[in-house]
Design a protein around this ligand. Sequence first.
Ligand code: TXA
Ligand code: MG
Length: 332
Amino acid sequence: MSNPADIARAVELLLAGELVGIPTETVYGLGADAANPQAVAKIFAAKGRPADHPLIVHIPGANYLERWAVDIPDLAYELAEDFWPGPLTLILKRAPGVPDAVTGGQDTVGLRVPGHLVALDLLRAFAAAGGSGGIAAPSANRFGRISPTTAAHVREELGDAVALVLDGGACVVGIESTIVDLSSGQPVLLRPGHITPAAIESVCGELPTLPTAAAPRASGTLEAHYAPTTPMRRVEGARLAQFLNALRHSGRRCGVLAHSQPPLAVSGPNPAHVWKMLPAEPVGYAHDLYAALRDLDHAGVDLIVVEAIPETPPWQAVADRLRRALAGAGGA
Ligand code: TXA
Ligand code: MG
C-alpha cells in the first residue's frame, strides 16, 4: 500500500508534468495534471489513445466543480451528494481554461471524485501543494485493452511509460465508473457501471435516457474495447458442456469464464481447459472480471469461452463490458 512518502513523490511528479498510476475504486487510472496540456499529452502517448478522446478529471470534492465546469445544474450537486466519493462521472459544460487536450475539443468535461483513500489523499495533497486540484486520468491500460485492477496490471500495461504507480490494492468495484451526461438538461447514461440507472432515478426522479447518435463520444462506448488478444466466444450455460465436449478432439484448449456451471470433472471434455469461476451475482462478477480475463489471456489458451450471463438489469454494466470484449476479441 502507499505511504505518505509515495504521495509526496506523486505530487512532485504531477507538478513536474509527469504521469502517475493511481488506484481508484473502479480501475487504476493513468494520471496527469489536468491543467497542463503537455502533461496530458503524455497520457495519450503512453496509452496509444486517439487525441480526440476526452479524459475524466478527478477532483478532491464537489467543492471543486466550479474550477472545471460552468452552468452546473442542481442535479449535479444532488448526485454528488449521494454518490461522491464514488464510481459516478458527471459530464458538465466545461469552464474556460480547461485544456482542449482534456476534453477532446468538446464543450463539456467529465468529472468525478473517486472513492479510494489513496486517490483522495493524492488529490488533496496535489491541491494543497498549489496544483490545479484536478488529475486527468483514463484507465491505465493500452488503448482498447483490458482495464487494470491492480498496480501490477498497470506495470504490465505501461511499463516505464509511467514514473510511479501508487499501490492501493485490488480495485473494489472492478469496472469503470457510470457516466451520466448532464450537459443537455436531462440525464443521459453514456456508460453503465456499478451505480445503476435505478439508483440515479432515486435522486433525479427519472431514469437517465440512452444516448442518441449525436451524443458526445466516449471511448468506452466504442464497440470494441476492454479486449483480450485471445479470441473469445459466448456460449449459453446450458450448452457449455456440449460445446467444450465438441472441442475435445480438436486439441484446442479453452479458457472458460463461468459463473453458474461448476468445472466439469477432469474426466470431462478436456482436462487442459483453464477454468475461472466468477461469482454468480453481478457485483462480485464485476469485481473479478478484468483480472480473470487478463489471466485467461495469459494462460496460452486458443479460445476464451464466456458462459452467457443473465439478461437482467442488475447485469447491465457487466453485459456491456463483456459485449465489447467479445467484439474486440473477434467473438460474437
Ligand atoms: O472509473 C473510471 O471512470 C476510470 C477511473 C480511472 O476513474 N476512468 C476511465 O477513464 O474509465 P477512460 O478514459 O478509460 O474512460 C473515460 C470515459 C471515456 O469513454 C471518455 O470518452 C468519457 O469518459 N468522457 C470523458 N469526458 C467526456 C466528455 N466530455 N463527454 C463524453 N464522454 C466523456
Ligand atoms: Mg478506459
